[in-house]
Design a protein around this ligand. Structure first.
Ligand code: FA5
Length: 357
């Protein structure tokens, strides 16, 4: 910091403006700002000498210094704006994406398309097997009357067999007269009534659909599940026909390496009755949590139509005979795809669902 006099002011301004013009970066500007326009500037030094002057001289010199400092400050401000603009351009140029290097794979991610769920696709696969065996496919209501779900199936009110199906009743009409069907067997009754009314016996049909029970969900049960009912009414039908259909179905759907068996059972609407089981596909028969350590999984019930059922729908049991079966569709899906816990079917976990796209 030298010593200056007021004669130097114009030269000092010229020097300062030249120094400002020579600044090449904001960092440089910050480093020299105090020398050009701050406490260390020649103008600040001169300011301190004003006290020694006469008042008139002091006023004039003060005004000149202020003007000089204002000139330098304006030049500094203008240089700062220009340097900021330059540096922004440098930054933007450095950060700019070179589109030549960018491979654009898609403008927007493709929307994930949904697909048919495992239970409906299993239902279709089962229908295909039975259609190939000569069955037609029929449909029935999910809300039924007591008569179709129980009575016509030889399950009168207060019959202990009603305990086999824990029922959701609908608040409609007299108490416990309207209900969510507990199985697809009531559709058999509708089909037989229609065939009698229209004179279209024999019947060879399967009837898939949703069923409802007050069952506690577990590895093999849901409260809303699906069954596929089968009904054959013709002349001269025997248990051998039933066993043959079940055997043919098992091989066609599960493949010949899966063992199946019929075990004596009781259903009020068939006589004799049987339960149909296959080797548990989760443990291959060794026993696991899914099959309650038995090595076998029950797929459904079946049997020869009880004459009391023929009576209820007006079919002459001396002329006609028949069999029926009812399998769990969810159970079939579970065994076909080795799903340890049936509740996965209703969890809606996309990682599970995607496996069956
Ligand atoms: C019946 O429902 C009889 N209507 C089957 C029948 C039809 C017998 C025709 C004779 C003649 P059952 O309650 O056992 O039977 O059920 C049959 C199958 O439905 C079971 O083996 C199982 O595969 C499936 N099922 C039953 N309850 C459930 C449930 N809560 N969740 C999932 N599947 C079930």
């Amino acid at each position: 910091m030298g010593t200056y006099s007021m004669q130097d002011v114009d030269a000092l301004v010229a020097d300062s403006l030249a120094s400002v013009a020579a600044l090449t970066s904001l960092d440089e500007l910050r480093a020299h700002e105090a020398e050009l326009d701050g406490k260390r500037s020649p103008f600040a030094v001169l300011q301190k000498t004003l006290g020694a002057l006469e008042p008139d001289e002091r006023r004039e010199a003060g005004a000149r210094l202020q003007a000089a400092r204002a000139t330098v400050r304006e030049a500094l401000d203008a240089r700062r704006v220009a340097l900021e603009a330059d540096e922004r351009v440098v930054r933007l140029t450095r950060d700019r994406l070179d589109l030549g290097d960018v491979v654009v794979t898609s403008v927007s991610a493709p929307l994930a398309a949904g697909h048919v769920g495992l239970v409906p696709s299993t239902q279709r696969a089962l229908e295909d097997v039975f259609v190939a065996m000569g069955f037609t496919v029929a449909d029935g209501p999910e809300v039924e009357t007591d008569w179709y779900n129980f009575e016509a199936l030889n399950i009168p009110p207060a019959h202990p067999a009603r305990g086999m199906w824990d029922t959701f009743y609908v608040e409609l009409g007299d108490p416990e007269t309207v209900l969510m069907r507990t199985h697809t067997s009531p559709t058999q009754i509708h089909l037989m009534e229609e065939a009698v009314a229209n004179g279209t016996l024999p019947i060879h049909s399967v009837m898939p659909g949703r069923c409802f029970r007050r069952d506690t969900p577990d590895a093999r049960h849901l409260a809303t599940f699906h069954q596929i009912e089968g009904l054959v009414v013709d002349r001269g039908i025997s248990f051998a026909d039933l066993a043959g259909v079940i055997e043919t179905f098992t091989r066609a759907y599960f493949g010949s390496d899966i063992a199946s068996r019929l075990r004596p059972a009781y259903f009020p609407f068939t006589e004799p009755s049987a339960e149909f089981e296959i080797t548990c596909t989760i443990c291959r028969g060794d026993g696991c949590r899914t099959c309650s350590q038995t090595g076998w999984i029950e797929l459904g019930g079946c049997g020869m139509i009880d004459p009391a059922v023929f009576d209820a729908v007006g079919i002459d049991a001396r002329e006609w005979s028949g069999f029926a079966f009812g399998f769990g569709i969810d159970r079939c899906a579970q065994m076909k795809h080795q799903i340890a816990d049936m509740r996965a079917l209703i969890d809606n976990d996309v990682r599970f669902l995607r496996q069956f796209a």
